[in-house]
Write a protein that binds this ligand. Sequence first.
Ligand SMILES: O=C(O)C(=O)C[C@]1(C(=O)O)C=C[C@@H](O)C=C1
Length: 118
Amino acid sequence: MSESPRPHRPTPTPATAPSQPDEAVRAELTRLRESIDNIDAAVVHMLAERFKCTQQVGVLKAEHQLPPADPAREARQIARLRELAGSAKLDPAFAEKLLNFIIAEVIRHHETIADGAR
Ligand SMILES: O=C(O)C(=O)C[C@]1(C(=O)O)C=C[C@@H](O)C=C1
């Protein structure tokens, strides 16, 4: 998942304006969106904590001349996450892509730290 984020495209205006959704539908949509917003916030906070840890790993690796990437560790992480995703009814391929996307960014950070230590 190295591509840039999905560009925002405005929803096309339908030829005929839809009738206002029922009040109960709007209330349900609002309730679900509030949960989505909470989950998105939790994801951001969890990712921030993960990057704090990996930043420390990057420093440790640079100090001890260890390579930024550890493919064997990654293979174990992917296998574990795919398993967890399956149990949670999340697409394992998606979980793998997401982890690879995050790890690619971490490796970039590790390389920057190592370059600064040289
Ligand atoms: O565990 C490490 O060695 C890390 O550098 C962390 C991490 C990760 O983000 O989980 C990143 C790069 C490695 O290839 C493997 C794992």
